[in-house]
Design a protein around this ligand. Structure first.
Ligand code: NAD
Length: 495
């Protein structure tokens, strides 16, 4: 099915105005057929620094941070409402630019609205403490906004992941400069356009600049007037960001890559575990940070489970996300296609057994897009690249395991620690294994978060800090101690 798209050209949004870039535009193309979807600014270092200046001015003026929490809450509530009201057009644009099935695009936008609404309430719950303190009459522990925040976002869930940062940043009273991924700048700037229509946001509170990450994103991270960078993307880029941010000890939040495990025990409800484990990897064509790209199945049920699993994965309908029958869309770009095919080749070379897919779809209309068939490798060894590295594509590796201890040991054999699923009916087993796995999230008998109330983030090289939940709000707040001596004969300062 073809969707009509009006190709729009977006400028940068700086200081409450749309400002034309000095170096032309970048293009984003539909990964299902190569059609042009939108154009966005190719920002220069001057564009980035002018956005940071505006954010700095807006922060230092107190125009946003000194508003009542209820006023900030109102803006966030309206942001959630505008996403819900415009969900039809937004979801089509998201599918055209990112490739995910339209129903998944709607799901992502609903998540974004839900998160913004959550932080609308959270804005009114920033509370401090008055602890007993021996050295002063009164001690106040208060929270203040961190300041100017650079928000750097990837393409795989560009609007929900932006809302995970924007919601708490605005709730806390920070001002922001947003840097979307070059692949999904159109949908991101359309979202900014909707935010710009909301009353009550002073100029300079929300700014957005687009362009290639290694130039525009890096300028933002290096800028000395930015107090904090919140980044979601690959571990490799996260490492560079940490290095750049070290120059002025900027605060950093990193939400990076993963190699998550899906553990299926022999006592699991197989009717739930089977689709759960299939969609844990093949949703979004494997382009999810939390994709369950390592499936571990208990040896006693391995053959039966894998027979059914391959049947289910082989029946996934791959296609254009605008076709309502499509269950799995294309990979985001030609570069990502090459990368994924490279991992498939390396798995074969290292001796893994290909038991499903393993190739690009090239017949007819498929030839125009970046489609890879759902792919499964068995006979995988733990030292193989396919088992250790994040592929970010529809490629699964499978291993049998003997018991709980071995399941934990194999799961933890990774430099990543983002998430994991486990399927079992035994509570002692669930508690032992979920506490043994070193990841920021463990989903038991389900996959994915139920809502924005809970924190998400990684152990090990999957990241630093947490997003969503009140933990996500605290990342945008500083903690200050104010020590008050009220009596004239206050204690002298002593150690
Ligand atoms: P990426 O690291 O290539 O890019 C992410 C963002 O950083 C983009 O906006 C990009 O333009 C920018 N960027 C790139 N180089 C930069 C640099 N040198 N300095 C500053 N900014 C730079 O990642 P991607 O390909 O867009 O996204 C896929 C990755 O994101 C995967 O590794 C995935 O696991 C990860 N991810 C993690 C989470 C999470 O919550 N942990 C969620 C989604 C995606």
């Amino acid at each position: 099915m073809q969707a009509k798209n009006e190709v729009k050209t977006y400028s940068n949004y700086i200081g409450g105005k749309w400002q034309k870039p000095s170096d032309g535009y970048i293009e984003s193309r539909n990964p299902a057929n190569g059609d042009l979807v939108s154009r966005a600014a190719r920002s220069t270092p001057e564009d980035v620094s002018s956005a940071v200046e505006e954010a700095r001015k807006a922060f230092d003026s107190g125009a946003w941070s000194s508003k009542r929490p209820s006023e900030r809450a109102k803006v966030l509530r309206e942001a959630a409402e505008v996403v819900r009201r415009e969900i039809g057009g937004l979801s089509v644009l998201l599918t055209l630019e990112n490739g995910k099935p339209l129903a998944d695009a709607k799901g992502e936008l609903l998540n974004a609205a839900n998160v913004l609404e959550y932080y609308s309430s959270a804005a009114r719950h920033v509370v401090g403490k008055v602890p007993r303190y021996s050295g002063a009459d009164i001690s106040l522990v208060v929270h203040e906004p961190v300041g100017v925040c650079g928000l750097i976002v990837p393409w795989n869930s560009p609007i929900s992941l932006l809302s995970w940062k924007l919601g708490p940043a605005l709730a806390a009273g920070c001002t922001v400069v947003i840097k979307p991924s070059a692949n999904t700048s159109g949908i991101s700037m359309r979202f900014i356009e909707l935010l710009a229509s909301i009353d009550g946001v002073p100029p300079g509170v929300i700014n957005a600049v687009t362009g290639p990450g290694d130039k525009v994103g890096a300028e933002l991270v290096k800028n000395g007037k930015v107090d904090k960078v919140s980044f979601t993307g690959s571990t490799e880029t996260g490492r560079k960001i940490m290095e750049m941010a070290s120059a002025n000890l900027k605060k950093v939040n990193l939400e990076c890559g993963g190699k998550s495990t899906d553990l299926v025990f022999d006592d699991a409800n197989m009717e739930a575990a089977l689709p759960g484990a299939v969609w844990s990897i093949f949703r979004s064509a494997g382009q999810s940070c939390n994709a369950g790209s390592r499936l571990l199945v208990q040896d006693t049920v391995y053959d039966d489970f894998m027979r059914k699993y391959k049947e289910a994965a082989g029946a996934i309908k791959v296609g254009d996300g605008m076709d309502p029958a499509t269950e799995m869309g294309p990979l985001i770009s030609k570069g990502q296609l090459e990368r994924v095919l490279g991992y498939i080749d390396s798995a074969k070379e290292e001796g893994a057994r290909l038991s499903l897919g393993g190739d690009r779809l090239v017949d007819g209309e498929y030839a125009k897009g970046n489609f890879v068939r759902p792919t499964i490798f068995e006979g995988v060894e733990r030292k193989m690249k396919i088992f250790q590295e994040e592929v970010f594509g529809p490629v699964l590796c499978v291993l049998p395991f003997r018991d709980e201890d071995e399941a934990i040991e194999i799961s933890n054999d990774s430099r990543f620690g983002l998430a994991g699923d486990l399927w079992s009916r035994s509570l002692p087993r669930i508690m032992k294994v979920s506490q043994g796995i070193r990841t920021g999230t463990v989903w038991v008998n389900r996959h994915l978060n139920p809502g924005p109330e809970v924190p998400f983030g990684g152990y090990k090289q999957s990241g630093l800090g947490r997003e969503t939940g009140m933990e996500g709000l605290m990342e945008y707040l500083q903690t200050k101690h104010i020590s008050l001596q009220l009596t004239e004969q206050g204690e002298r300062v002593r150690r």
